[in-house]
Design a protein around this ligand. Structure first.
Ligand code: BGC
Length: 363
């Protein structure tokens, strides 16, 4: 009996200390409010544009860190299967919010729908998933991006006093809704000029998956079929650089204005060298900050602040959105991109670009 009492006391005190220990940590987390939210981000690839690894990963990470939330940022490296695997892993690991840059709307939709069915909130980042179910969409005004490209090409053609130039077009990936919006923007500027006989419409092709190497082959073929191309609307800096590389081989770089997008180091260097006419700077920091804010509201079950609604023509729904404003960059204002901290002087002004940077007022 005595032995029994002792063991009961021992058992009680053991249970007591276990309870105390358990409630301690429980008390801690309830004392500091809800559990720390966790946000998963899937980036699309690292080849279609330098931005995803150099800008988006960095600014999203910084925004989540500043907000004190847990996060996991992964890159699907252009592989749709891998994209789905990463999403599954993130959902299993207990993310509260999943942020995706889709590789195409079909696979994007599958991932969004799955997350939704598991109670995970979702955000379309940069690219809208057509027919998808994301609660929010954060991007730039992408038609405005295209408009700046069309106006930029036209400004450079005017500066060069080009006479009835033949304009070639390299569109982005046909599976990227942004590529459609960019094209609406630049065709809105260029089509009236073709109609008026000011410019001649040359070859126009989409580049699958924004593949820079394929863009080079496509442009070589365009030049073969139409050797007098006098201006190129290229939808981003990677495609523009592929075009410039072909023009260099023909010793025609600098004589044919080429556009771009993303203000990549390479694109800005091509502009400083006079080989690229312009790029479009999208302050990814703003896009990332807005995404972090919305993700945190979603994790807390609160409504986020948006500044636009975007119509998903396939899902026939209005998606609450945050859209940031793009800026056109020419040689004269490459400096602004450095001042904004998007690229550093050290990475931009290397080797032969040092003197060009000085000329462009980059100190
Ligand atoms: C983005 C561009 C990028 C392109 C290729 C688009 O959806 O908006 O910034 O250059 O994808 O990655």
């Amino acid at each position: 009996m005595r032995k029994g009492l002792l063991s009961t006391v021992a058992a009680l005190s053991l249970a007591g200390s276990l309870t105390a220990c358990g409630s301690d940590s429980g008390g801690e987390s309830s004392g500091s409010g809800a559990k720390k939210p966790k946000i998963g981000v899937i980036l699309p690839d690292s080849k279609s544009s330098a931005r995803w690894e150099t800008a988006d990963r960095k600014y999203l990470g910084e925004a989540f860190k500043a907000a004190g939330v847990d996060y996991d940022i992964q890159n699907a490296q252009g592989d749709k299967q891998q994209f789905q695997t990463i999403a599954d892993q993130m959902i299993t690991s207990g993310v509260n919010v999943l942020v995706i840059v889709n590789l195409d709307s079909g696979t994007g939709k599958a991932v969004l729908d799955k997350a939704k069915s598991q109670g995970v909130a979702t955000i379309d980042y940069d690219r809208l998933t057509l027919g998808g179910s994301a609660q929010y969409y954060v991007s730039f005004d992408n038609t405005a991006v295209g408009k700046l490209q069309g106006e930029g090409l036209s400004k450079c053609l005017t500066d060069m006093k080009a006479q009835k130039p033949i304009v070639a077009t390299l569109n982005g990936s046909p599976t990227d809704n942004n590529a459609t919006l960019f094209a609406q923007g630049y065709n809105g500027v260029l089509d009236p000029k073709y109609k008026a006989g000011e410019y001649v419409k040359g070859p126009d092709q989409s580049v699958p998956d924004w593949d820079n190497a394929q863009a080079g082959t496509i442009f070589e073929q365009m030049l073969t079929s139409q050797p007098k191309i006098g201006g190129v609307l290229a939808a981003n800096d990677g495609l523009g650089n592929a075009v410039i590389a072909v023009l260099r081989k023909e010793r025609r770089n600098g004589q044919v204005p080429v556009t771009g997008q993303d203000a990549t180091v390479q694109g800005l260097q091509n502009i400083l060298a006079g080989d690229q006419c312009m790029t479009v700077y999208k302050a990814v920091k703003k896009e990332a900050d807005a995404t972090a804010r919305l993700a945190i509201s979603l994790a807390k079950g609160e409504k986020g602040t948006t500044n636009a609604t975007v119509e998903d023509p396939e899902g026939k729904r209005e998606v609450p959105s945050v859209l940031e404003t793009p800026v056109a960059i020419y040689k004269e204002n490459v400096k602004d991109v450095v001042d904004d901290g998007f690229v550093t002087k050290e990475e931009l002004c290397t080797g032969k670009y040092a003197a060009l940077c000085t000329e462009a007022g980059i100190e």
